[in-house]
Write a protein that binds this ligand. Structure first.
Ligand SMILES: C[S@@+](CC[C@H](N)C(=O)[O-])C[C@H]1O[C@@H](n2cnc3c(N)ncnc32)[C@H](O)[C@@H]1O
Length: 418
């Protein structure tokens, strides 16, 4: 199954050694929106058993609507004036409004899902498993349900990249018999021939393609967690680069304009790129150091990154590697370390790709300096042909004037690539 990208700005191309990727079909401008994408599947990243919303002990827990994943206001928990509603059958899953509940009962929280999750919550062997295994169970229930309510979207998931590896086979060997023993998979979709192999395949698609929808940003939280995962059919075609030229924005806790959903993604260009250039996202915050990035990419995505930044950092001697500049045991650099390294390199020549830290420019211009944020900045969309001078952070939402960074505008296209 091949999907036509719903944007004249991008096309999907086969790229040697990287599978499919998204390529600019015309010159693209900083801030330009190149893709809007809606999830075909969303599932919770929280443990199967959560504290009751209505118990006083839950006051400090952050809760999210189990359909649209908006944050539920803590003040409304247990408050009869709150618009939040529990599923009348399981009294466990909570929804931000009766409207969301009624949509969920016909889709994400069908009676089959409700019963399947109730069974899983009663299964002590599963509850003893690490969070990752419980979240995989959430995914499988959501995916099997999708096969019933939208067979075409289920086929799209199966068409994404990913084949079972040892870890997904082990997970499938644990979860498949457990779920099929009491969730009557044949009943929900008799045509799909649910099997251990299909379960392994689904888990492998999820591993390579699911996007995390993060919990709300807080300056006091240096370990931001995921609230939900989503499969976004078009955004799944973006390959990774450790110095991306586009980044993803979501506005989950806001009320989107008519016709869009709060869980939609918007992919915006960070800087100008010419026609034919591959458009890449970073699969995680850009501040991670070389060895931590390589470890994540091989373990989670099955490839070794040889982007320009990795090629430079792999040649750093032990004495000037980022990780040796960071404190012992830390896998990321802090703000001061970046600023010191970036400033010393840009003092000489901000865009000279012959120096040993050519991506200093990227960190100074496009990395958010808010404490504990590590988001990426992209300009607001241009107005007609006029580029915006306002940068928006894709994590904390902070707006910053592009003038805060005063390198000559002509250098806006990062010179490292090609
Ligand atoms: C979300 S998918 C991206 C689209 C994928 N290339 C496809 O054909 O559908 C993630 C997978 O793409 C491949 N990939 C992404 N970035 C890559 C890169 N920089 N180098 C090599 N492979 C990459 C890896 O196989 C990774 O697991």
């Amino acid at each position: 199954m091949s999907l036509a990208v719903p944007s004249s700005l991008l096309k999907v191309e086969e790229i040697q050694g990287r599978g499919r990727g998204m390529v600019a079909s015309q010159p693209l401008k900083a801030g330009q929106i190149v893709l809007r994408d809606s999830p075909i599947l969303l599932y919770s990243a929280l443990p199967l058993v959560r504290q009751s919303l209505w118990s006083s002990s839950s006051a400090s827990a952050t809760c999210f609507c189990d359909h649209c994943f908006r944050t539920l206001p803590p003040s409304s928990q247990g408050d009869s004036s709150s618009s939040s509603v529990l599923c009348p059958s399981c009294c466990h899953h909570c929804f931000c409004s009766s409207n969301c509940l009624s949509k969920a009962l016909n889709s994400s929280h069908s009676s089959w899902v409700c019963q399947a999750l109730s069974h899983l919550r009663a299964h002590s062997l599963l509850l003893e498993q690490p969070l990752e295994r419980q979240v995989q169970a959430n995914f499988l229930i959501a995916a099997y349900n999708l096969a019933n309510i939208s067979p075409s979207n289920f086929q799209i998931i199966l068409s994404l990249q990913g084949s079972p590896d040892d870890a997904t086979i082990v997970a499938a060997q644990f979860l498949h018999p457990l779920i099929s023993s009491f969730c009557s998979l044949a009943l929900i979709s008799p045509h799909n021939g649910f099997s251990l192999e299909l379960t392994s395949a689904l888990l492998s698609k999820d591993k390579l393609n699911a996007f995390g929808i993060m919990q709300p940003f807080s300056v006091d939280d240096d370990q931001r967690s995921v609230r939900a995962y989503g499969i976004y059919p078009y955004a799944s075609f973006f390959n990774h680069d450790c110095l991306p030229n586009a980044c993803r924005f979501d506005y989950v806790d806001t009320n989107p304009p008519d016709g869009s959903h709060n869980t939609d993604f918007i992919i915006r260009m960070i800087h100008d790129v010419p026609q034919g250039r591959e458009i890449c996202l970073s699969y995680f915050p850009v501040n991670e150091n070389y060895s931590s990035r390589q470890k994540r990419l091989i373990e989670d995505y099955g490839f070794t990154c040889n982007c320009d930044r990795c090629n430079v950092e792999s040649n750093w001697s032990d004495n000037d590697s980022v990780e040796d500049n960071a404190e012992d045991g830390e896998e990321v650099m802090d703000e001061d370390q970046y600023e010191t390294m970036a400033a010393s390199d840009t003092d000489n020549n901000p865009c000279d790709d012959n120096n040993d830290f050519p991506h200093a420019y990227f960190f100074l211009k496009y990395m958010c300096d808010q404490k504990n944020c590590w988001g990426t900045l992209a300009p607001l969309p241009p107005q007609g042909d006029t580029p915006s001078n306002v940068m928006e952070c894709n994590v904390c939402g902070k707006l910053k004037s592009g003038d805060d960074f005063d390198i000559d505008k002509e250098q806006d296209e990062i010179p490292m690539e090609d």
